[in-house]
Ligand binder design. Structure first.
Ligand SMILES: CC(C)(COP(=O)(O)OP(=O)(O)OC[C@H]1O[C@@H](n2cnc3c(N)ncnc32)[C@H](O)[C@@H]1OP(=O)(O)O)[C@@H](O)C(=O)NCCC(=O)NCCS
Length: 191
């Protein structure tokens, strides 16, 4: 899926939200490695990244060409500040109405409105792709993310007390959240 939108951040800088291209592979890889070092709330550790920069390029190209999956980049002053994406839960009839959302932003750019804008973009695109439900899971102690998701309308539908096992802190409780979608009008998608 393609997407393009320019927003103004809380500090006045411009941020471009856009689908990735093959040439973004290295920058997206670098951002992935950085964000996965900065927080213990994501699924994997940097040494568990299964994609090389070249594979990341192919991943971004495939997501851009996909009709129902997407990987978005948030770019500030030519730097990739964060990534967010939607992925199908499955292709079988009984689950093809559901998609999963993932998001991570470089700590240097937290609190500027990028998370909120990336969430809006993913919710809009998930609706356009025909999904009826967007889902995610989040570490219960991740206050910033929990607050963002609740603000965007996600509601909790369950918890797994041993969902993650952190190398640093042991078990982390996972909260399962979902958002029911209606198809959105395409006017916010400038391209
Ligand atoms: C969670 C994350 C995506 C938020 O991104 P962000 O760009 O900082 O978010 P925004 O600036 O758009 O803020 C969105 C909301 O987060 C919440 N928030 C911001 N700072 C917060 C804080 N210090 N404490 C609690 N909530 C906070 C607020 O609800 C805020 O909305 P508001 O500005 O209208 O009050 C980002 O911190 C991140 O990538 N964290 C590490 C990776 C991660 O945890 N990903 C999610 C895994 S499930």
């Amino acid at each position: 899926m393609t997407y393009y939108k320019t927003i103004t951040l809380k500090d006045g800088r411009e941020c471009v939200l856009r689908n990735g291209t093959e040439s973004d592979g290295q920058a997206a890889y670098d951002n992935f490695m950085l964000t996965h070092e900065q927080t213990d709330y994501l699924l994997s550790y940097p040494d568990e990244n299964s994609l090389s920069p070249e594979e990341e390029s192919r991943f971004l190209k495939a997501k851009t060409e996909s009709k129902n999956e997407m990987e978005l980049l948030a770019e500030v002053d030519g730097i990739i500040a964060g990534l967010a994406g939607i992925e199908a839960v499955g292709s079988k009839y009984k689950v093809r109405h559901r998609a999963e959302l993932g998001i991570s932003i470089d700590q240097a750019f937290w609190g500027l409105g990028i998370g909120s804008a990336l969430m809006d973009a993913c919710i809009e695109c998930a609706g356009l792709a025909g999904y009826e439900q967007l889902e995610l899971n989040v570490a219960a102690e991740n206050d910033r993310a929990m607050s963002l998701y609740r603000k965007k309308g996600f509601t909790e539908f369950g918890r797994n007390p041993r969902g993650f096992k952190s190398r640093i802190s042991g078990y982390q409780e996972l909260v399962y959240m979902r958002l029911e979608l209606n198809r959105r009008a395409p006017e916010n998608n400038q391209k």
